[in-house]
Design a protein around this ligand. Structure first.
Ligand code: URA
Length: 256
């Protein structure tokens, strides 16, 4: 075969398998079942694509295939800013992960907030995860002053009015109730909005200021083994699950 006649691009099933969707054989089955699209058109077995340019999707959920994409999960410690650079010279979350390839944080955590933060150069995923339309859930563990009453917890669940409007229904669980005059308690709060200092302001509003705040879950991604300041690469199944969560229509928190 002359060089000009050589097939161009890579088989769709090979590209999907490399992206962690499944084995090549499993990806062939997806193609035969009509569940794979390339640039919006249903793929057929034998199709070839340029993985740097084609938009692949399985069941309507995009599959990132461009080479060089990285997805990191880090455990942000307190005292680190979630910006690319800080005029005050404080440590930023970019100091926690490799400098190359250049990544950016997905959403933000306050300077004092700890816990899970995604960093990536995958603009499509970042945009979807932060878009209010997709309302991906985030769970926080909040150490609060005092012992919230059932009425306070109900208010947090149903929505409280902040200066930028009412909060949407949330899941709130009293994980631990303190005792004594200087008691603090632990609340697990799950929200799907990404408003500035939202959990702190919600807790303030019901009279239980936050002493410590830790994000423990981002949509389908949980992690308890990362030391503060440590990071790891997301496995393909986690990237896929994030894309699925970020493509589901509408907010996913159901009130209790
Ligand atoms: N809610 C807050 O109050 N702070 C954060 O960093 C994240 C959510």
């Amino acid at each position: 075969m002359a060089a000009d006649d050589a097939p161009r691009g890579e088989r769709v099933q090979k590209v999907l398998a490399r992206a962690g969707i499944g084995s090549r054989r499993a990806c062939e089955v997806l193609i035969v079942e009509g569940r794979v699209t390339v640039d919006g058109r249903t793929a057929t077995l034998g199709d070839r694509v340029d993985p740097t340019a084609a938009a692949l999707a399985v069941d309507g959920v995009p599959v990132p295939t461009a080479p060089g994409l990285v997805h990191y999960l880090c455990n942000k410690p307190a005292g680190v800013v979630t910006t690319a650079s800080d005029p005050q010279g404080r440590r930023t979350v970019l100091d926690l992960v490799p400098a190359e390839p250049r990544v950016f944080p997905v959403g933000r955590l306050d300077y004092e907030t700890e816990g899970l933060l995604l960093l990536t150069n995958d603009g499509e995923l970042a945009q979807r995860l932060t878009h209010p339309r997709f309302g991906v859930e985030k769970t926080y563990l909040a150490e609060v002053v005092g012992v919230p009453t059932p009425a306070a917890i109900r208010r947090l669940r149903e929505g409280v009015t902040l200066d930028d409007g009412p909060t949407a229904p949330a899941r709130v669980v009293l994980v631990q109730a303190g005792t004594g005059p200087h008691a603090t308690s632990a609340l697990e709060v799950t929200i799907h909005e990404g408003r500035n200092r939202q959990v702190r302001r919600m807790c303030d509003e019901v009279g239980h200021p936050v002493r410590r705040l830790v994000r423990t879950r981002i949509g389908p991604v949980r992690e308890t083994r990362l030391e503060p300041g440590a990071w790891r690469v997301l496995i393909p199944a986690e990237v896929r699950a994030l894309y699925e969560a970020a493509c589901a229509p509408g907010p996913t928190v159901t009130p209790q």
